[in-house]
Write a protein that binds this ligand. Sequence first.
Ligand SMILES: *[C@@H]1O[C@H](CO)[C@@H](O)[C@H](O)[C@H]1NC(C)=O
Ligand SMILES: *[C@@H]1O[C@H](CO)[C@@H](O)[C@H](O)[C@H]1NC(C)=O
Ligand SMILES: [Ca+2]
Length: 240
Amino acid sequence: MFSYEFILLMLFHLMLCSITYASITIENDCTDNRMKHLCEGSAYHNVYQFFGDSSCQPNIKKCIEDAINTLFAKQNKSVEGWDESIKTLTAKLETLERKIDKIGRIGDARCHNGYEYYQQDKFWYKFHNDCMSWSEARDVCRKEGGDLISLNENNFDFFRNVSQAKAGGCNHVWVGTTDISLEGQWYWLNGKRVSSVSWQPGQPDNARSNEHCGDLVRHFQFKLNDHVCSYKVHFICQIV
Ligand SMILES: *[C@@H]1O[C@H](CO)[C@@H](O)[C@H](O)[C@H]1NC(C)=O
Ligand SMILES: *[C@@H]1O[C@H](CO)[C@@H](O)[C@H](O)[C@H]1NC(C)=O
Ligand SMILES: [Ca+2]
C-alpha cells in the first residue's frame, strides 16, 4: 500500500526525531537549572544566577560553595584571585546576617515593652518594679511571653548588679527557682540545677519550714536565698 519511498521517508523522520529526542534528553540530564547556569557565562554571572534561585535561600553560603566547586569541576581551571573574592563575599554575608538578626531583635524589643537584651546569652530580660508574690510574678512573666529568669554561674553576677542598680528601696528580687515540688531540690525554671556557689552561705535554710521560692537579697549582696513565696517583691522576667 505504501510506496518504498514513503516508508524510507518515514524511517528517516523517525531517525531524526530520535536524534532530536536524544539530544533533548542529554540536555535535560544536565538541567537541574542551577547546573545549567553553571555551564554558561562568566563566573560572576553564574554566581548571581545562583543567588536568584529561591531554592538557594536557606543556605546561601553553602550554595555559593557548591556553585564554585561545580564551576571549577566543569571548567577544570582555577581563577586568579577567586579565593579572595569568596572570602570578601562570605564576610559581607556574615555582616548582613548580623544586621538582620539585630533588626529582628529590635523589632522584638518594641513588642516586649521595657525588655533589655542580654547580649552574652542572647535573651531578653526585664526588671519589674511591681511588687508581687512569686507565683503572681511568674504569671506576669508568662503573659509577656517568658518566665521568671533562670540564672547560671556565668551570668549570675551580672544580674546581681542589675538588681543592685534597679531594686531601689526594695531588698528582695524574685528569680526563677523553687523547691516547691521537692523540698531541698532547687532547680531553675529552665530545668538546670542551681549551682551551690549562687547561694548566700547558710542558705537555703527553709526558715520556719516555709521558704520555697528563690530571691536575690540586698543584705546578702544579692546572692540567692530561699524565701516565703507569698512575699510581695520586685522580680526579673526573661524571654528566651
Ligand atoms: C583537569 O586538568 C588536569 C590538568 O590540567 C587534567 O589532568 C585532568 O584530567 C582534567 N580533568 C578533567 C575532569 O578534565
Ligand atoms: C558588677 O559590679 C561590680 C561593681 O561595680 C563590677 O566590678 C563587676 O564587673 C560587675 N560584674 C558584672 C558581671 O557586671
Ligand atoms: Ca532563707
